[in-house]
Write a protein that binds this ligand. Structure first.
Ligand SMILES: Cc1cc2nc3c(=O)[nH]c(=O)nc-3n(C[C@H](O)[C@H](O)[C@H](O)COP(=O)(O)OP(=O)(O)OC[C@H]3O[C@@H](n4cnc5c(N)ncnc54)[C@H](O)[C@@H]3O)c2cc1C
Length: 242
């Protein structure tokens, strides 16, 4: 009998942690033989509700894939609320299928420019961790943004990423009075991303809500970036988290 290409498995939650206000990271034990490439995502559903599926990108390193994988989830609706109720090591009826997706980074790009809004940063963490873990000398420029300084995902990891050759640029759109934010304010535009990359041969990865991804893609193409050098992952029609 042939094995299905995308088997379903029932992962065990190992731990969950707050990543930012309204955002949680879930670490699950990997099933035997689990493999993925950064950029790929998994489809989740609960056994008692087989019609409701949600996609989440894997945000952990492929170098730990035999042991565990992680997803970081915006706690925005009914499905994510149910994920938030899972208890470590307890049977929760959660089923997962995948990994899926041909939108990925395997370390071979000479210079990858990763641009995210809000939770769109999740697949890029896996990409940065792969480069760092492989000690690859390929370049990564990361341009991320969030609504508030506390909303920047994985911010306690940025210094380590920088020390290991990832060029991290963060922006905040609404820092708020008294936040103490001294960094850049505003959204990433195609022009600001292009300037941060400073490399006509760079390959761009864009991830987040549809509108953000489409505007950046159009803008980069207007600046002369060839369409084949712009890779996109659209997550849906929302604007509220960045
Ligand atoms: C390929 C792919 C990969 C994805 N990876 C991730 C991931 O790694 N992490 C993640 O949080 N989401 C990811 N998403 C989006 C994720 O599938 C949705 O967040 C999911 O639909 C939310 O389900 P829910 O039932 O909790 O909320 P819903 O009831 O489906 O949505 C509630 C509201 O929140 C809005 N919304 C949905 N997603 C987000 C979000 N991420 N941020 C802010 N508002 C949102 C919706 O438009 C809606 O208005 C991905 C989507 C795709 C297509």
């Amino acid at each position: 009998m042939t094995k299905p290409a995308h088997p379903t498995f029932w992962p065990v939650l190992l731990e969950a942690r707050a990543e930012a206000p309204g955002v949680r990271t879930f670490r699950f034990a990997s099933p035997k033989g689990f493999r993925f490439t950064p950029g790929q995502f998994l489809m989740f559903h609960f056994a008692d509700d087989p019609k409701t599926w949600r996609a989440y990108s894997i945000c952990s390193s492929p170098l730990t894939e035999e042991e565990y994988f992680e997803v970081t989830v915006g706690m925005v609706g009914a499905f994510s609320a149910r994920l938030g109720e899972l208890k470590p090591h307890a049977e929760g009826g959660l089923a997962v299928r995948g990994p899926f997706g041909k939108w990925f980074y395997d370390g071979s790009e000479r210079h990858a420019v990763l641009v995210s809004g809000g939770t769109g940063l999740t697949p890029f963490r896996a990409m940065c961790l792969l480069k760092i873990g492989m000690h690859a000398d390929s370049r990564i420029t990361l341009c991320c943004s969030a609504k508030t300084p506390e909303g920047l995902l994985y911010k306690h990891e940025y210094d380590g990423w920088r020390k290991n050759g990832v060029d991290v640029h963060e922006k905040v759109t609404q820092p708020g009075a008294g936040s103490g934010w001294e960094g850049e304010i505003g959204r990433w535009s195609a022009a600001s991303v292009f300037a941060a990359a400073n490399d006509p041969a760079a390959v761009y990865y864009l991830c987040g809500p549809n509108k953000m991804v489409q505007e950046l893609r159009d803008g980069l193409e207007r600046l002369g970036v060839p369409p084949q050098s712009v890779r996109t992952e659209k997550w849906g029609d929302y604007t509220d988290l960045f």
